[in-house]
Design a protein around this ligand. Structure first.
Ligand SMILES: [Zn+2]
Length: 419
């Protein structure tokens, strides 16, 4: 080996742990999945310090007396990132599930006070503790599948106090558990009943005093709007995004889930981190997103639950060069999903992503969708040691299973975490 003993003993090599005998899907570089077979990975503190061949890693580790661990042929990927969830809410919508299967339409259910408004009522009447406990149960399912970063949106409170409570619960989850949480104020989700006759006043409140107060409390990493014919218009969403920009907050937009009203172009105009759903998207929208660097977040489990028939225009997005991410959209109505592996499978089977595109969508591109590319999303020197260890034969197996969980261990900030 062409490495001198002095180099091996240098402070740069002062590693805390070295993993050998792993196949690493770095999700960076030219090889499929950025993979390196029979690799070694060194960690110092909470950062990745070195990646290379297993033999050299072992040799360097022995020279400096570093603890060597054998991954026994497991695959290591970046910790997975679920970049679009509504994880914190009260109640559930299982009765509506039964009603729909018995023939009721969404309109029937909404007229009877169901839909988002029923979750708003359940959320407003829930205590902080019960919101925390129910979200915790869902979060543990995702964490067991290798998730180390999650985005959590508010949006089921729809008054300032309840929105604040949702964002505080999201913050508390991140501060209590070994996982990173990005908090998104989904201010424009649905018009609450008390503003039914005062639509513009609601948009003014959300974009003005509510956003200011929540941001001042450190509860807002980004904002989001459900920009859709049945929800909020392009001008209403623009008012909110403009207010967020003034506060130097990032944005996301629910765009093109049910129709194309130009939400993707608006997201691009404000350099939103992501436009999400995109079942209905024009070539112009895709071009604008590519030019702005806005990530397309695909939500196949919501598409599945709603039994939609028009998938997002994947070739259009690919050809335009828009980065594709995949997320669970975990929410009580349209995606009661707590499995990111199921979202991977459905991204391939329902939307036609390749397994490599899907896995990139919950690692590198999901990091970009949250503005975290410098820190997480790939296995590279200097990035955070957030890693998932898998008992699989090849990376595509993560997209192949329907049920089952091949995750053997998860490392967060350089420490193997207990689940
Ligand atoms: Zn959503």
């Amino acid at each position: 080996m062409a490495v001198s003993y002095d180099v091996l003993k240098s402070p740069d090599n002062d590693w805390d742990q070295v993993w050998i005998g792993a196949n690493i899907a770095t999700m960076a570089g030219a090889a499929p999945y950025g993979s390196i077979d029979n690799a070694a990975l060194a960690i110092k503190g909470e950062r990745i310090a070195w990646i290379g061949a297993a033999a050299e890693g072992h040799c360097r580790a022995q020279a400096q007396g570093t603890n060597v661990r054998d991954a026994q042929g497991m695959w290591i990927t970046p910790g997975l990132i679920d970049c679009h969830t509504h994880l914190v809410y009260g109640g559930n919508r299982v009765e509506e599930f039964e009603q729909r299967l018995a023939g009721a339409s969404y309109e029937d259910i909404a007229r009877a006070g169901g839909g988002i408004q029923s979750t708003v009522r359940a959320t407003r009447s829930s205590s902080r503790d019960s919101l925390y406990e129910s979200a915790l149960a869902r979060l543990k399912c995702l964490m067991a599948e290798g998730v180390t970063t999650i985005e959590i949106k508010s949006g089921y409170g729809l008054d300032l106090a309840a929105e604040r409570r949702l964002l505080e619960v999201a913050r508390d989850l991140g501060e209590t558990l070994p996982i990173s949480v990005k908090k998104t104020f989904l201010g424009l989700h649905s018009l609450p009943p008390e503003f039914a006759a005062q639509r513009q006043r609601f948009v003014d409140e959300v974009s003005g005093p509510w956003l200011t107060a929540l941001a001042a409390a450190g509860l807002v990493d980004a904002v989001d709007s459900f920009c859709e014919g049945i929800a909020f218009s392009v001008p209403e969403t623009e008012q909110f995004l403009r207010a967020a920009k003034k506060l130097e907050l990032s944005s996301h937009v629910h765009a093109g889930q049910l129709s194309d009203i130009g939400a993707a172009q608006l997201a691009a105009k404000y350099a939103a981190l992501s436009a999400d759903h995109l079942e209905y998207l024009s070539a112009e929208g895709a071009r604008a997103m590519a030019a702005a660097g806005t990530v397309a977040v695909l939500l196949p489990t919501a598409y599945f639950t709603l039994r939609q028939s028009t998938p997002p225009p994947i070739s259009l997005l690919r050809n335009a060069g828009v980065p594709l991410a995949v997320a669970t959209d975990s929410n009580p109505g349209t995606s009661p999903c707590t499995s990111i592996l199921l979202a991977l499978s459905m991204a391939c089977t329902l939307f036609g992503l390749t397994p490599e595109e899907a896995l990139t969508g919950v690692t590198r591109n999901a990091a970009q969708a949250l503005g975290l590319s410098k820190d997480v999303g790939t296995i590279e020197v200097g990035k955070r040691a957030d890693l998932a260890f898998w008992r699989i034969e090849r990376p595509a197996q993560l997209c192949y299973g329907l049920g089952g969980n091949p995750c053997a261990a998860v490392m967060y900030r350089g420490k193997i975490r207990d689940l």
